[in-house]
Structure formats: C-alpha cells, structure tokens
Design a protein around this ligand. Structure first.
Ligand SMILES: [Zn+2]
Length: 139
C-alpha cells in the first residue's frame, strides 16, 4: 500500500450521485459518468446530463492515462505531517470524452512537470474502502 498523503488530509465526501464513483475507485477502477442518450461524459457525477437533460447514465471505465492540462505547486501543508511541496493538477483523461479531473501528481519533482506531460493513475489506499486516484508521470 503506497501512501503519499497523511491520514489527516481532508476526506472526500460522497453524495448519493458519487457513491458509485467512489465504489469503483475502491476497486482501483477509474470511471466517468456517460449519458445513455447522447453519450456525453461528465465528472463529477450529476443526476442530469448537461447536454441533453437526460437522467439516464452509465459508468464508463477509462484507462487511467491522461495528460497535464494545468497544475500548481503548493508549498504550504494543509494537514499535519504533509510533505511539501505537493502538486495539484487538472488532468485531461484519455478516452473520457474531454473530461478533466482534479488530482495530485506524485513521485515527481515539480520542476520536471509541463503542460501536456503524459500521466497514469496511481492509486492511494487511504483505508480499506477509500482509494484516491493520484497521477504519476509515464516514464
Ligand atoms: Zn445526454
């Protein structure tokens, strides 16, 4: 079990729309929500498609690869025992219909990061039923 962030990090909250997403994450499967009427993909999950207003949706598993769309380097810890600096990034997910997600880039020197750099998911098991998708550079 690889850990990059301490237990004191703020924990994600799963509302009724996001429970299935977090359940997939606990199995180390990265998914996006896809409209069953128009195939528009979205993340975070939402009850209604923003493109066609359909309430039909399914979970589409993606590869876990992507690229840096944007990022920032944080030099102040937000939890006790947190290592700094750390990186918060917007990751454009491969095969996800344009969906981007906010996460962290781990195992990287911030100086080696650049927009468009290829990434792959790196799961961090925070507990038995909570896994968080972080990303690392494809080397
Ligand atoms: Zn739709």
């Amino acid at each position: 079990m690889t850990r990059w962030f301490p237990d004191g990090m703020p924990q994600p909250l799963a509302d009724s729309e996001a429970v299935a997403w977090w359940e997939a994450a606990a199995e180390h499967r990265l998914v996006v929500q896809r409209c069953t009427d128009c195939a528009h993909t979205r993340l975070p999950p939402a009850p209604i498609c923003p493109e066609c207003r359909s309430d039909g949706s399914e979970w589409h598993e993606v590869s876990g690869r992507g690229e840096i769309y944007s990022y920032t380097v944080v030099h102040r810890p937000i939890a006790l025992d947190q290592q700094v600096p750390f990186v918060i990034a917007v990751v454009a997910l491969e095969g996800a219909g344009g969906v981007r997600m906010i996460s962290n880039i781990v195992d990287a020197d911030p100086d080696e990061l650049s927009i468009g750099l290829a990434l792959e998911v790196a799961w961090e098991d925070m507990s038995d039923d909570l896994a968080i998708p972080r990303f690392r550079i494809v080397r």
